[in-house]
Write a protein that binds this ligand. Structure first.
Ligand code: BGC
Length: 415
């Protein structure tokens, strides 16, 4: 079969030629909010422009838990999509089960090894072979703030958790929900890991990467849980089950003063036509200046038997690493390109801050994988942490001492 490239390099692109080489690519993802949909649409358009057919397989649900459940049932029934948004250690799990197809040829032709930071390429490889392609790098430890709220309440954007808790009553008096939040396990875990990170990258790593028992149930973790409980006072009574992007819109429309969320939240500000630095403020989550919890989104390829589908997969992987895609996707998504050496000019001040923090934190040892977003540990351990964290957050009768004990036991049991 002729490849699409061969067709395009001919004198004219005949319809027959394009049809013979075009393939269908079915892509499972959970990018359904305004900013997310704008971002994935960039890939759809590029694939269609290359002559392929895009079959969208969107499964709504922030953090991707529902999408992963649907993916498992499709794979078990022997009918996985060509590409799926899976990331972090989940890639290793799918690789071990033998579902993924290698991308080594595209990777070698595109020089991925020299274009990707090693912290990124390591995640994309299973057993030394590329099986996934990175679309971005998200920073999780961000605080998003509405400047108007801070002006009205006459308080400063907090740089420590003590300040964060202290300004709560003043923001409430000024008519704002201090912290917009959605009561879902992954969102609770996102806030929890921010508080843990403020205890330093070594503590964070010991707890969420190494799962050191003494750290999981030590005094510092007790302190983290106690702070976490106080943060709950900053949240409104209707937070239960609220989607993350609805929480972001509360900051955008001036109902709430802040949100703690990865920079996919910036995609929502962008989609609403807001400008970083004037309409909204991005600041490191309290106490985490110079640190960076990374969350890399990637598309992994599932083995297919049809030649045209295999070709479409390879083309998808190639296109994702092109500078044009990395720029346009990330401008919409709120993240920074995974590909190094990109022009920074089109990006805003928050993206510049993220790029600088990524480089600086890698040098200082403060670049850590996000636990809440599947980068630091297996989905089993992550699920165990989620359970304890979210139970603690939603009940008043569990002490921080009980919580750390439960945490250490739950993690140990799922290792
Ligand atoms: C993903 C992001 C996504 C967010 C909310 C995160 O786990 O990495 O790409 O925007 O969940 O759905």
């Amino acid at each position: 079969m002729k490849t699409l490239k061969t067709c395009l390099s001919g004198l004219a692109l005949s319809v027959a030629c394009a049809t013979a080489s075009a393939g269908e690519v079915e892509v499972l993802h959970w990018w359904t909010s305004g900013g997310e949909a704008a971002a994935i649409n960039v890939l759809k358009q590029e694939m269609e422009a290359a002559g392929h057919t895009w079959k969208d397989f969107a499964v709504a649900g922030g953090g991707g838990e529902s999408a992963m459940t649907v993916l498992k049932s499709r794979a078990i029934s022997g009918n996985p999509p060509s590409a799926a948004q899976i990331k972090g250690l989940d890639i290793q799990e799918w690789g071990e089960l033998g579902f993924l197809s290698p991308l080594d040829e595209v990777a070698a032709a595109g020089q991925w090894d020299s274009l990707l930071p090693q912290v990124v390429s390591d995640v994309m490889k299973y057993d030394g072979h590329y099986v996934a392609v990175p679309v971005n790098v998200h920073r999780v430890n961000w605080l998003w703030a509405n400047p108007e709220a801070f002006k009205k309440a006459n308080v400063e954007v907090p740089t420590s958790w003590e300040q964060m808790i202290e300004i709560g009553p003043k923001l409430k008096e000024a008519g704002y929900v201090p912290l917009a939040h959605g009561g879902q396990a992954w969102q609770d875990a996102t806030v929890f890991e921010d508080i843990a990170l403020a205890q330093g990258p070594d503590f964070y790593r010991k707890a969420f990467v190494e799962h050191d028992e003494a750290t999981l149930k030590g005094d510092t973790m007790i302190k983290v849980f106690n702070t976490f409980r106080k943060v709950r006072d900053l949240i409104d009574a209707d937070a239960s089950g609220r989607d993350w992007n609805v929480a972001t819109s509360m900051v955008i429309n001036g109902q709430a003063a802040m949100q703690l969320m990865g920079d996919w939240a910036k995609g929502e500000f962008t989609a609403a036509g807001k400008t970083a630095g004037t309409d909204y403020i991005c600041a490191p989550a309290p106490g985490t200046e110079g640190m960076f919890t990374f969350n890399i989104d990637s598309l992994a390829m599932f083995q297919q038997s049809d030649d045209s589908r295999i070709e479409a997969q390879q083309d998808l992987a190639r296109l994702v690493m092109e500078p044009k895609f990395q720029e346009t996707f990330n401008l919409n998504k709120g993240s920074i390109p995974a590909r190094q050496g990109m022009d920074r000019t089109p990006f805003d001040s928050c993206a510049h801050a993220s790029m600088d923090a990524f480089t600086a934190s890698a040098e200082s040892g403060s670049l850590v994988p996000s636990m809440a977003h599947g980068m630091s540990t297996s989905s089993r351990v992550q699920g165990a942490i989620y359970d304890v964290v979210t139970n603690f957050f939603n009940t008043s009768d569990m002490s921080a001492e009980d919580a750390v004990d439960k945490l250490a036991r739950a993690v140990n049991a799922s290792l």
